[in-house]
Design a protein around this ligand. Structure first.
Ligand code: ADP
Length: 434
C-alpha cells in the first residue's frame, strides 16, 4: 500500500516538475527572443539615423552602439529616391535589391519593421521614409536574423537538455524523499495494526475463559446455583478484567484522537497520595509488603484529580505487583523549586536499562508469563505516561535489577503559577506554597 502511495507521490512531483520546467523554458525562450528583437530594432533605428546624417553614404561610420550581437551580425541598406531608383546602397546579397524593390513599391508608411526571406536567409527590415532638400527618400536597412534565431533555438535546446537531466536525477531523489516523509505515517499505521492485534488478543483470553465456564454451567443445569459459584465467580472476575481492559483501551483511543479532556481544578495532591496509601494497604498486606509513605503536607496542584489519581495508582499497583513477598513500597511527595515530585519506591525486581526504555510502550511486558499471573496487560505505564504528559510533566525511572525501582512523576510548578494568574479568585492561598 505504501509503495503505491510512494509511486503516486513521485509521479505527481515529477509531473509538476515537468510542467514547471516546460513553462519556464518556454518563457525564457520567449523573453530572449523578445529582447533580441527589441535590441535589434533599436540597433537598426540608430543605423538609420547615422545613414541619414551621412547623406546615404555607401559606407557610413560604424554605429556607436553597445557591443551587442547585432553589431557583430552587421547590416545592409538600400536608399531609394522618389522614382524608386537606388540612390546609394551597401548590399552583399544581390537578391536583396529585388526583394527591397518589391517591398518599397508596396509600402507607404513613414517607418516600420518587417521580416522577409531572401535566398533562404531571414532578415529584419527597417523601412524609413524621409525628405531632404525637397527630395523624398526611402531607406531600407536589412539585418540577417538567422544567427539570432539559431541562438534562441540553442538556448532552448540546452535548457531542455538540463531539464531532462535534472528530471532524471530528481525522480529517484523524489522517490527517496517521498519514502522519508511517509515514514512517520507508516510507523503510526504499523503501531495501530499492532495495537488492534494486541487488543484483540488480550480480549480473547478472558472471553475464552467466560465461554468455557458457561459451557461447564450448561452441563450442570440440574444442579443448584450455590453449588456452582466457582464457575460464576470465574465468569465474574474475567468480565471485570475485560471491563478494565476495555476502559483502558477506550482511554488510549481517546488519547490517540486528542479527544481526552483533562480538567484543571486545584486540589490537595498530598491528601490524594495519602488516600492512595490507605486504599492500597489491603492489597500490600495480602502480599506481605510493607507500604509506607513520606508525604509533605498541603501540596496543592491544579490539574485533573481523577486522572492523576489513576496515574499514581498505576505506579503503586505496579510497585506492589513487581515486589516479592516481604518487600517494601513507599509513596513520597515533595516539592522542589521547579517540580512537584511524586515518587513510588520499591524493593522489587527492578528493570534493566533496555527494559526501562521500553516499559512505556503499549502492551510491553518484561516477563510476559509472569505478568499474566499478576494480571497486567502492559497498558498501565503507557496510560500513566500520557496522563502526566497531559499535565506538562514526565515520569522518570531509576532502577537496579533485583534491588528495586523508583518511578517519579514530575509535575511542573509553572502550571500552578499560570493558572493562579487566570484564577486569582480561587479560595486557596497559592502564594504560600509557591
Ligand atoms: P502491566 O499492566 O503489565 O503492569 P505496565 O505498563 O504497568 O503494564 O508495566 C509494563 C511493564 O513494566 C510491566 O509488565 C513490568 O514488567 C514492568 N514494570 C512496571 N512497573 C515495574 C516496577 N515497579 N518494577 C519492575 N518492573 C516494573
Amino acid at each position: 500500500m505504501f509503495k503505491e502511495i510512494k509511486r503516486k507521490i513521485t509521479l505527481f512531483n515529477t509531473l509538476i516538475l515537468v510542467v514547471f520546467m516546460f513553462v519556464f523554458i518556454l518563457l525564457l525562450g520567449f523573453l530572449v527572443k523578445w529582447s533580441l528583437n527589441l535590441t535589434g530594432e533599436i540597433y537598426l533605428t540608430n543605423v538609420g539615423k547615422e545613414i541619414i546624417e551621412n547623406n546615404g553614404e555607401s559606407d557610413p561610420p560604424q554605429v556607436n552602439s553597445v557591443d551587442s550581437v547585432h553589431d557583430k551580425v552587421g547590416y545592409q541598406f538600400i536608399l531609394w529616391d522618389s522614382s524608386h531608383t537606388v540612390k546609394s546602397m551597401k548590399v552583399n546579397d544581390r537578391n536583396l535589391i529585388m526583394s527591397g524593390y518589391e517591398l518599397v513599391i508596396q509600402e507607404n508608411q513613414a517607418s516600420q519593421f518587417n521580416t522577409m526571406v531572401s535566398d533562404d536567409v531571414e532578415y529584419r527590415v527597417y523601412t524609413l521614409s524621409y525628405s531632404k532638400d525637397s527630395n523624398d527618400y526611402v531607406l531600407q536597412i536589412f539585418q540577417q536574423i538567422t544567427t539570432e534565431k539559431s541562438m534562441v533555438a540553442y538556448i532552448i535546446f540546452f535548457l531542455l537538455l538540463i531539464g531532462v537531466g535534472s528530471i532524471v536525477v530528481l525522480i529517484p531523489l523524489s522517490y527517496f524523499l517521498a519514502g522519508k516523509s511517509l515514514q512517520p505515517i507508516k510507523e503510526t499505521f504499523e503501531d495501530q495494526k499492532k495495537f488492534i492485534a494486541n487488543a484483540s488478543h488480550e480480549l480473547r483470553t478472558p472471553l475464552t475463559v467466560i465461554q468455557t465456564n458457561v459451557e461447564v454451567l450448561k452441563l450442570k443445569e440440574d444442579e443448584q446455583i450455590k453449588d456452582n459459584m466457582k464457575w460464576l465467580n470465574n465468569i465474574g472476575s474475567e468480565s471485570e478484567t475485560m471491563a478494565k481492559l476495555i476502559s483502558d483501551l477506550l482511554l488510549l483511543a481517546q488519547a490517540e484522537n486528542q479527544s481526552l479532556s483533562v480538567e484543571k481544578e486545584l486540589f490537595d495532591l498530598s491528601s490524594l497520595c495519602h488516600q492512595m496509601v490507605v486504599l492500597m494497604t489491603e492489597l500490600a498486606n495480602e502480599k506481605e509488603i510493607e507500604l509506607g509513605e513520606n508525604i509533605t503536607p498541603d501540596i496543592h496542584y491544579r490539574g485533573d484529580e481523577e486522572r492523576l489519581k489513576q496515574a499514581v495508582r498505576i505506579l503503586v499497583d505496579n510497585a506492589i505487583k513487581y515486589t516479592p513477598i516481604g518487600g517494601k513500597v513507599q509513596l513520597c511527595i515533595t516539592q522542589g523549586k521547579r517540580n512537584i515530585v511524586i515518587a513510588v519506591k520499591d524493593t522489587g525486581v527492578g528493570l534493566t536499562e533496555e527494559e526501562k526504555a521500553k516499559v512505556f510502550s503499549r502492551f510491553y511486558r518484561v516477563d510476559d508469563a509472569r505478568n499474566r499471573e499478576t494480571g497486567g496487560y502492559g497498558l498501565g505505564l503507557n496510560i500513566a505516561d500520557y496522563i502526566v504528559k497531559k499535565h506538562g510533566g514526565k515520569i522518570k525511572i531509576e532502577s537496579v535489577p533485583n534491588e528495586g525501582s523508583t518511578f517519579s512523576i514530575l509535575l511542573p510548578r509553572t502550571n500552578i503559577k499560570q493558572d493562579t494568574k487566570k484564577n486569582n479568585h480561587n479560595n486557596y492561598r497559592i502564594d504560600s506554597f509557591l
